[in-house]
Design a protein around this ligand. Structure first.
Ligand SMILES: [Ca+2]
Ligand SMILES: [Ca+2]
Length: 166
């Protein structure tokens, strides 16, 4: 009996430790074996936001979020909205890694991933002067549609890195 209690206690301690430890670094949230961090306390233009994601990540492999699927877009927009309450009826924007800086009209992800999914809002694809893509929400029900704006705008951003231990 005593043996089982010791084993049970050890199992609980190990479990608690791994929960506390987490798989993503502190202040990063795990979803589908990737770690995400929303930064809004320092609004930056796209280039500086992109550099900050690299700097903030544990092994410098972080980048502005790359959204590969409707599921990832849903996760990112819903998670972001939980941190925005109340929305106050104003559009909110964050940078993603998608941009057409090198060639107008040809959008690429900053981490080099192929573009497999997009969620442009209405007629928002490739606005005049727009070269970097934001995710936008106004209401809780919004699905995080995308809109390209000038890279010089200073807004919040979402970073991502691939979780190696998840
Ligand atoms: Ca991703
Ligand atoms: Ca453009």
């Amino acid at each position: 009996m005593k043996y089982y209690i010791v084993v049970l206690a050890a199992a609980i301690i190990v479990t608690l430790f791994s929960v506390a430890q987490g798989y993503c670094e502190p202040r990063w949230t795990e979803w589908n074996r990737h770690c995400y961090r929303y930064v809004d306390h320092k609004r930056k233009n796209w280039t500086l936001a992109s550099a900050d994601c690299t700097k903030l990540s544990p092994t410098d492999d972080g980048h502005l979020i790359t959204i590969d699927s409707a599921d990832e877009n849903k996760f990112a927009s819903e998670w972001w909205i939980t941190m925005l309450k109340p929305l106050q009826g104003q559009w909110q924007y964050i940078w993603t890694g998608l941009n057409d800086i090198d060639e107008d009209g040809t959008f690429v992800w900053s981490d080099g991933s192929p573009v497999t999914y997009t969620n442009w809002g209405g007629t928002q694809t490739d606005n005049d002067n727009g070269d970097c893509v934001t995710m936008a929400v106004k209401r809780v029900s919004d699905k995080g549609q995308w809109k390209d704006i000038k890279s010089s705008e200073k807004i919040g951003y979402m970073c991502e890195y691939t979780c190696k231990d998840c």
